[in-house]
Design a binder for this molecule. Structure first.
Ligand code: NAD
Length: 485
């Protein structure tokens, strides 16, 4: 007997409500091709209801003392820790990353929440007595109002948790629109938040795609927009939101370069590149997509890399041993196959062809690790974010040549240097154009007490997510200059 497919609901003013838009999309397990739910593509009217509920809630939530707001987050923290394994299983089901990566993501999400629990300290203003005779100056921070959050498919837990806990703790109310490809974990995050004791209307969720996003960008009651996703959409969200008077932070795509020096620790570097390039199917904004390797060691490095890449196991994503994970959808895989063909057509040398994995696991959207050598900046595989386990090797003569190449990219999210030399590290740090730098660390995503953002086309806005940037983004200032008679 066929079981009915779950229909995901919106969450408006503390109630789970079925969308009335009449439009929906299938949520698919990328490892099996199985439809696991239907997600509504909600209308602007539904968004409007959520924004109005959030706006109404803002009138009293902003006056709820900060310690009381954050105390709810402590309870939320307990629940997330308690449910960690269940959350990891949901991530793996709807996103396709393997269970170990999902557990890692759950942990990173919880860490972002931990930072938000420090809001009473982080949100403090500044004061200075006697700025002139008998005059004092005091700066206070206040929430903005309704904040909208728009998230991508690749971190269904961590990225929403970059946004709403901190925004809420700062006194804002929130409307979340998760990726329509991964709405199930978001649903659980909201359920647990309510279980933790969040009052109705403070956090709302409207599922959908561009209609909901467009509604958020022009809605007069939405004061700020946090976006994470691909570059063209990030640019559009930033420009449209800003043109409608909103504060916007839009984190975008990437083309991260790793540089392998001759003095690197070879075995650990190979392992680092394997994880950085092929982990989570390369569907990370901090994934390594180009490796610049010094000519002297390039043959040895490449041979070792290929050997290690060929040993990676593909298979059941809930299996502890599986490494190779499926891409999110077949449409995305078709786009990636186009890039592999363009690499061949532009005469890069295809050293490892991941397409063979497709026959081994025909139901899921698998693609094995793929490695090109002899890649040049004229090639599309060097220029574009592919967002897949496709790695380009460029052989270089010096660290400066590698930095010059990396800095030619339109993107500037992450960059990694593999070396044992402090001098190289310093030179790299001073000259590479990237927002987040790794030294022998394959995915140098900063911990949540630091801010997270790239440069150039990887980021649109002024203030990144997390850390003190996050607090500044979710608050506005009032500065009082006072004389007392
Ligand atoms: P995406 O841009 O397709 O979708 C992101 C969000 O935007 C989703 O909620 C989606 O519904 C919405 N959206 C998509 N198209 C839209 C349109 N035309 N108009 C309005 N809204 C639209 O991104 P994705 O595929 O879900 O995520 C992968 C991308 O996100 C990659 O480019 C990756 O590098 C990037 N990313 C960046 C960071 C970072 O911190 N810089 C982190 C994670 C992911």
């Amino acid at each position: 007997m066929a079981t009915a497919v779950k229909e995901v609901k919106n969450f408006i003013n503390g109630e789970w409500v079925q969308s009335s838009s009449g439009k929906s999309e299938a949520v698919i397990n990328p490892a099996t091709g199985e439809v696991i739910a239907q997600v509504p593509l909600s209308s602007r009217e539904e968004l409007d209801q959520a924004v109005k509920a959030a706006s109404e809630a803002f009138s009293w939530w902003r006056k709820t003392p900060v310690p009381n707001r954050t105390r709810i987050l402590y309870r939320y923290h307990q629940l997330l820790v308690q449910e960690a394994e269940e959350l990891a299983v949901i991530i793996t089901q709807e996103n396709g990353k393997n269970i170990k990566d999902s557990r890692g993501e759950v942990q990173r999400g919880i860490e972002a929440l931990e930072v938000a629990t420090a809001t009473p300290t982080l949100m403090m203003g500044q004061s200075l007595p006697e700025i002139a005779t008998g005059i004092e100056g005091v700066m206070y921070r206040y929430p903005l109002g309704v904040v909208a959050g728009i998230t991508p498919f690749n971190f269904p837990m961590m990225i929403p948790l970059w946004m709403f806990p901190l925004a809420l703790a700062c006194g804002n109310t929130f409307v979340l629109k998760p990726s329509e490809r991964t709405p199930l974990l978001a649903e659980r995050l909201v359920e647990l938040m309510m279980e933790a004791g969040l009052p109705k209307g403070v956090l709302n969720m409207v599922h959908g795609a561009h209609d909901v996003v467009n509604g958020m960008l022009v809605h007069p009651l939405v004061k700020a927009v946090s976006f994470v996703g691909s570059q063209p959409v990030a640019e559009y969200v930033y420009k449209t939101g800003a043109a409608h008077g909103k504060r916007v932070q839009a984190l975008a795509g990437a083309k991260n370069h790793a540089v392998v020096m001759a003095d690197c620790h070879m075995e650990k570097t190979v392992q680092g590149i394997i994880n950085g390039a092929f982990g989570s199917a390369g569907e990370r904004c901090m994934a390594t997509s180009v490796v610049c390797v010094m000519e002297d060691i390039a043959d040895e490095f490449t041979a070792k890399l290929l050997e290690a890449a060929q040993e990676l196991k593909a298979g059941d994503t809930q299996d502890e041993e599986a490494f190779v994970a499926p891409l999110i959808r077949d449409a995305h895989r078709q786009r990636v196959l186009g890039y592999i063909e363009s690499g061949e057509a532009q005469r890069a040398r295809l050293l490892l062809d991941g397409r063979s994995v497709m026959q081994e696991l025909p139901d899921g959207y698998y693609l094995g690790p793929t490695v090109f050598d002899g890649v040049t900046p004229e090639m599309k595989i060097w220029q574009d974010e592919i967002f897949a386990p496709v790695l380009s090797i460029v052989r270089v003569k010096s660290l400066d040549e590698a930095i010059e190449l990396a800095n030619r990219s339109d993107f500037a999210n992450g960059a990694v240097l593999y070396t044992t030399s402090g001098e190289h590290v310093r030179h790299f740090r001073e000259n590479i154009d990237a927002g987040m730098i790794g030294v022998n660390v394959n995915v140098p995503a900063p911990m949540a007490f630091f801010s997270f953002a790239g440069n150039k086309a990887s980021f649109y806005g002024d203030l990144g997510t997390n850390g003190t940037d996050g607090v500044q983004f979710y608050t506005r200032k009032k500065t009082v200059t006072a004389r007392w008679f």
